[in-house]
Ligand binder design. Structure first.
Ligand SMILES: *Cc1c(COP(=O)(O)O)cnc(C)c1O
Length: 437
C-alpha cells in the first residue's frame, strides 16, 4: 500500500475542516514542514561555505509570499525580510521583525521611506544617484543612518530565459548600470566620499536565470567592492547583499537546483567573498516557498469545444496570473482529486484544458494537458504555487481572495491546519471595491 503523501493528507484535512463550498470553492495550502526544510537547507548551504563567525543575514523577499504569519514563521526559522514598499515594511513589522532583520530595496523609495528606514535602523540599498543625493541631504541634516546603507549595482550581464525576470540586462531599470560610460568611476567615488556607504547590492534576476550568471553577478559585485576598498585605503565595503533568484523546478517534485549547489558554486567562483572579510545578505523568495504550496479548486463544469475537453474550475488568473498570461514561461503541474479528497489517478488520461472562472478566453492554467477525465465536483490542485501565486492575487471579476491554510502532516493521523489568511468575505470585497465611499 502506498502511504498518502503530506499533500494528500492536507487535502483530506482541508475538506474536513474547510470544505470547498459554493461560497469558498477554492483554497490555498502551505506545507509548514516544507518551508522549515527549505529554510534549514538555506542556512546549511551557506554555513558550509562561509568563514566561521562571519555574519550572514538571510532575508525572505516579501513579495514572494506576503502573508504576515508566513513572515513570522520564517523569522522563527532565522530568515528576515526583504521589503520593497511601505506596505511590505508594514507586513514585516506586523510579523514582529526587528529592524536589524529587515532590508529595504525598491527602485522608487520616497523621501518619507528613506527617512523612516534611516531612523529605524533598517538596512537599505540605494538604487540610483538621485536617491543617494536624497540620502546625502538627510545625513547632512543630522539624520545619521542607524543601520547599514548600500548601493545597488547592475553588472549588465544579460538576461535569462524570462525577460520580465531579468534585472541585469544592459537597460534594466534597477541599480547603477556599471558598464555605462563613467559609471564605475562614479560608483567608486560615490562610496569613498560617503563613509556611511558600506554595502553593495546586486540581484541579477529571478526564475529563468542560470546559476552561472547569478554567480557572475556576485563576482562582479565582489570585484567592485575590492576596487572601492583599495581606493578608500580601508575596508569600507564590509558586506555584500547578493540578492535572491534561485530558480525553482516546476516540472516535478524534485528540488533543483539546490541552495547547496549555488553556495558551492559561489565559493568556487568568488572565493574571496568567503575568506572572512565580508558579511553576507541574501534575499531568496521563490525558492523558499514555491514547492511547499498548492491551490485546491473545485471543478464546476466540464464541457467540450472543437473536440477539446475543458474543465471549468474556480482557480484562474486571480490566483495564477503569470501562468495564465505567460503560459510558456510559467507552466505548472496540475493534480486531480476526487470530490472526497482521494487522489484521482485511475482511468485513461485525456488531453484537456483546465480553465479558471475569469471572463476572458485565455484564463487557462493548463492547456491540452493529459489528466484523468475530470468531472464536476472533482478537485484540481495547482502544484508548486507556494510563492507569487495566492499571495499575489490579480483583481478581476471581483473574485474574492481565497483562504490560505498552513498544514503539518507527520504521516500519523490527520494533517493539522492553521489559518494563514482568512478567505475574503463578500462584504470585505465590496468595501475594497469602493463600497464604503
Ligand atoms: C524579487 C527579488 C528577490 C527575490 O527573487 P526570487 O526569485 O523570488 O528569489 C530578491 N531581491 C530583489 C531585489 C528582488 O527584487
Amino acid at each position: 500500500m502506498v502511504l498518502p503523501s503530506r499533500r494528500d493528507l492536507a487535502v483530506r484535512a482541508l475538506l474536513a475542516r474547510h470544505p470547498l463550498t459554493d461560497d469558498q470553492p477554492l483554497a490555498a495550502l502551505l506545507d509548514l514542514q516544507g518551508v522549515r526544510d527549505a529554510a534549514n537547507d538555506l542556512h546549511a548551504a551557506f554555513d558550509e561555505v562561509t568563514a566561521p563567525g562571519r555574519p550572514v543575514l538571510h532575508t525572505f523577499a516579501v513579495k514572494a509570499g506576503s502573508l504576515v504569519p508566513v513572515l513570522r514563521l520564517l523569522d522563527g526559522f532565522g530568515i528576515g525580510c526583504e521589503v520593497a514598499s511601505p506596505g511590505e515594511l508594514a507586513l514585516a513589522r506586523a510579523a514582529g521583525l526587528a529592524a536589524d532583520r529587515i532590508v529595504l530595496d525598491s527602485p522608487a523609495k520616497t523621501p518619507a521611506e528613506l527617512a523612516e528606514a534611516l531612523a529605524l535602523g533598517i538596512a537599505l540599498n540605494a538604487d540610483n544617484p538621485q536617491e543617494l543625493a536624497r540620502l546625502d541631504a538627510l545625513v547632512g541634516a543630522g539624520r545619521e543612518p542607524a543601520g547599514p546603507v548600500g548601493l545597488r549595482v547592475n553588472p549588465q550581464l544579460g538576461g535569462g530565459t524570462i525577460d520580465a525576470m531579468s534585472t541585469a540586462t544592459a537597460t534594466s531599470k534597477f541599480g547603477v548600470a556599471l558598464g555605462d560610460p563613467g559609471a564605475r568611476d562614479w560608483v567608486v567615488r560615490a562610496c569613498t566620499d560617503r563613509p556611511w556607504l558600506t554595502r553593495l547590492h546586486c540581484h541579477v534576476g529571478s526564475q529563468g536565470m542560470a546559476l552561472e550568471r547569478m554567480a557572475a553577478g556576485v563576482r562582479a559585485t565582489y570585484e567592485l567592492a575590492e576596487e572601492i576598498n583599495a581606493a578608500a585605503g580601508r575596508h569600507q565595503i564590509d558586506t555584500l547583499d547578493i540578492g535572491g533568484g534561485l530558480p525553482v523546478n516546476f516540472g516535478s517534485d524534485e528540488v533543483k537546483p539546490t541552495f547547496r549547489e549555488y553556495a558551492r558554486l559561489l565559493r568556487r567562483t568568488v572565493p574571496g567573498l568567503f575568506d572572512g572579510r565580508y558579511g553576507l545578505v541574501t534575499e531568496f523568495g521563490r525558492s523558499l516557498l514555491a514547492k511547499s504550496g498548492f491551490i485546491l479548486a473545485r471543478v464546476e463544469y466540464t464541457k467540450s469545444a472543437g473536440g477539446r475537453p475543458i474543465a471549468v474550475t474556480h482557480a484562474g488568473a486571480q490566483v495564477a496570473v503569470r501562468t495564465v498570461f505567460v503560459p510558456e514561461s510559467w507552466p505548472i503541474r496540475v493534480a486531480a482529486y476526487h470530490a472526497d479528497g482521494l487522489p484521482k489517478q485511475d482511468g485513461p488520461q485525456v488531453r484537456q484544458d483546465v480553465a479558471g472562472p475569469c471572463c476572458f478566453a485565455g484564463d487557462l492554467v493548463a492547456r491540452d494537458r493529459p489528466l484523468p477525465r475530470l468531472v464536476p465536483g472533482d478537485l484540481v490542485a495547482l502544484l508548486d504555487t507556494g510563492a507569487y501565486y495566492f499571495s499575489n492575487p490579480f483583481g478581476y471579476n471581483a473574485l474574492p481572495r481565497p483562504g490560505v491554510y498552513g498544514y503539518s502532516a507527520d504521516g500519523e493521523g490527520p494533517a493539522v491546519l492553521t489559518t494563514l489568511r482568512r478567505p475574503q468575505t463578500v462584504a470585505e470585497l465590496v468595501a475594497e471595491y469602493g463600497g464604503d465611499c
